[in-house]
Ligand binder design. Structure first.
Ligand SMILES: O=C(O)CCC(=O)C(=O)O
Ligand SMILES: [Fe+2]
Length: 239
């Protein structure tokens, strides 16, 4: 509430006085700091959470992840738990991206890529209009931040599991010459030792298997060992 009214001292004071800080209150405090231009403090709080044994940052933004997975399953015509099974032993990771202003913004881009995981819940910085861009119909399209909304980016594993029905989104982030931008990305994926095999229910004579089985940890390793290069990674597991 105080955060929404931009009364940062009041928001801090309420947060400090909370006896039990949970994922929800921490997430609100980080968002409030970002929304009020206090990116350094937001990063500080995020790092403090990372070393806290009670509130893990990986839980902060994943309250909705299971629900999103259920909706993806249903939209593929499957039981709502079908994808949840494929993500058993789930792996959560969270990254805060900090983009300082740059006098030559065109030289400083987070290169085009698709996220290698299942899907990503991204919180954008509502103070900055230009940041995230996605490829749509062959062109880069800006995704304007909406107050109170998360962006859900489909990642490579969902494309593989769905036998190409879902496409991982190719995206990049641009910077600007005036303002710092912050984004918080929560990556949701299967356990690293999971065998990723497309869901048998989605293979048919008219929809033959598009992807080879792979071990998720190996996929991640080769993704991070290579330069970001659009959707090149998923092509390495395509038949
Ligand atoms: O900063 C953004 O909007 C995008 C960040 C991103 O794509 C990532 O962390 O994978
Ligand atoms: Fe990304």
């Amino acid at each position: 509430m105080y955060g929404k009214c931009s009364s940062l001292p009041d928001a801090w004071s309420v947060f400090h006085d909370l006896v039990h800080k949970n994922a929800f209150s921490c997430n609100i405090m980080i968002s409030t700091l970002c929304a009020n231009g206090q990116s350094a403090q937001a990063i500080h709080l995020f790092l403090a959470l990372a070393s806290d044994s009670v509130v893990r940052p990986t839980h902060v933004s994943f309250v909705a992840a299971k629900r999103v997975l259920g909706l993806f399953s249903e939209s593929l015509g499957l039981e709502s738990g079908a994808l949840e099974e494929a993500f058993e032993g789930e792996r959560h990771a969270m990254r805060m991206n900090y983009y300082p202003p740059c006098p030559e913004p065109e030289l400083t881009i987070l290169d085009a890529h698709a996220d290698p995981n299942g899907f990503t819940i991204l919180q954008q910085d509502t103070r900055v209009k230009d940041g995230l861009q996605i490829v749509h119909c062959g062109a880069w399209v800006p995704i304007k931040p909406l107050p109170g909304a998360f962006v859900v980016n489909i990642g490579d594993q969902l494309q593989v599991l769905s036998n190409d029905a879902y496409k991982s989104v190719e995206h990049r982030a641009v910077v600007n010459s005036e303002r710092t931008r912050v984004s918080i990305a929560s990556f949701y994926g299967p356990a690293e030792d999971s065998h990723i095999a497309l869901l048998a229910q989605l293979v048919a004579d008219e929809a033959p298997a598009c992807f080879k089985d792979s071990v998720y940890g190996n996929y991640l390793q080769s993704f991070y060992a290579s330069k970001l290069d659009g959707k090149a990674a998923i092509e390495t597991v395509r038949y």
